[in-house]
Write a protein that binds this ligand. Structure first.
Ligand code: UFG
Length: 331
């Protein structure tokens, strides 16, 4: 299939581009490079453009004869969304409206949309299933929640086949070491811990030690970025089924296992052999204590089976990337 991947030069998007390309699809990354990296995709697979630029999207769909879209174009860190809500609403909501407008005009009928476990806020249950009511709270959460609502309504109104994939904590890197996580600034737990292991930061701050969890630190469900890419390919195949037109579906993508922040640091110590000193500090605003997926539906209905079962194996691929490319894509 000919696929346009918006946000395709970003962390998860670039892994999806590589994954789909290896499986014989014709794939282009569409990215404004505000957060994505030119070097994360092959030069002849990159279209530089903004999701807010509807005419450019439309022209790209027509020129490249696009048959399906994967949408990864969104602003992500939750903390930043509190300080810059308008940027988040613009990119994450207006961006998806512009994308759908262009899809409808160009007759592109299949969309796999990146959504997030953050929709759930603080669900206070062991494992999150798709049946739970979404609980918007801060700008990132609200904008992603609204974006999902928009793609759902568009599916019904315009006969599109749409699947939203709500993923939990994306982690790891492609095993070749060619691409991995490179956010600026980096705020995510595993890459920050690996920076400490490499001596780029003096110590690891753990945000909150008084959560109602076994060791007092937050619990998250880590899923390898290539397993996410694989799920996108499976979701794409599902959008080609005859019954898919006009349908919206959402799947949770996680391992179903939670790891506390302190356990993650311990895994980083095992993998790197470095001490990784830790200081437990104040809670970070907006962090729910526990987010763990129930991946059952993704397993049964998409046939998704994550290949990276153990946290250490996920961290191992991240370490391979960080050690091999200490300056990320900047080299
Ligand atoms: N954390 C620390 N110290 C750090 C960095 C993070 O203690 O230096 C903690 C956070 O407070 C949190 C946990 O590590 O408890 C995970 O934080 P991340 O920033 O790595 O990831 P989040 O869980 O906040 O968010 C990520 C994505 C979101 C997505 C969410 C879904 O960034 O886009 O996972 O769970 F919505």
């Amino acid at each position: 299939m000919r696929i346009l991947v918006t946000g395709g030069a970003g962390y998860v998007g670039s892994h999806a581009v590589a994954w789909l390309t290896r499986r014989g699809h014709e794939v282009w990354a569409y990215d404004n490079l505000s957060r994505g990296h030119r070097a994360a995709v092959a030069a002849d697979q990159l279209v530089i453009g903004d999701v807010l630029d509807m005419p450019k999207l439309l022209a790209s769909f027509r020129e490249l004869r696009i048959e399906a879209v994967m949408n990864f174009a969104a602003l992500a860190p939750m903390g930043e969304s509190v300080a810059r809500p308008l940027a988040y609403y613009r990119t994450n909501i207006s961006g998806v409206v512009s994308l759908l407008d262009a899809m409808v005009q160009a007759g592109v009928r299949r969309l796999v949309h990146s959504s997030t476990a953050a929709l759930f806020g603080d669900p206070a249950v062991e494992r999150i299933g798709e049946h739970l009511t979404r609980s918007p709270g801060i700008s990132y959460r609200q904008s992603q929640s609204m974006a999902e609502r928009i793609v759902q309504d568009a599916a019904a109104a315009y006969g599109l086949a749409v699947i939203a994939l709500r993923y939990f904590n994306a982690a790891g890197a492609c095993p070749s070491g060619d691409r991995g996580e490179d956010h600026r600034p980096e705020t995510h737990l595993i890459p920050v811990a690996l920076d400490v292991a490499m001596g780029k930061r003096p110590l690891m701050k753990i945000f909150g030690g008084d959560y109602p969890t076994a060791d007092g630190s937050c619990v998250r469900d880590y899923v390898h970025v290539d397993d996410l890419a694989a799920a996108h390919a499976l979701a794409l195949a599902k959008t080609t089924e005859t019954s898919a037109a006009g349908r919206f579906d959402a799947f949770d993508l996680g391992s179903g296992r939670g790891h506390s922040n302190l356990e993650v640091v311990e895994s980083c110590r095992r993998v790197t052999g470095a001490a990784i000193p830790v200081r437990v500090v104040e809670r970070r605003f907006g962090d729910p204590p526990r987010l763990v997926a129930d991946p059952e539906r993704a397993r049964t209905e998409l046939g998704w089976q994550p290949r990276y079962g153990e946290l250490d194996s996920i961290v191992g691929t991240a370490w391979n990337w960080h050690r091999g490319r200490p300056n990320g894509f900047a080299e």
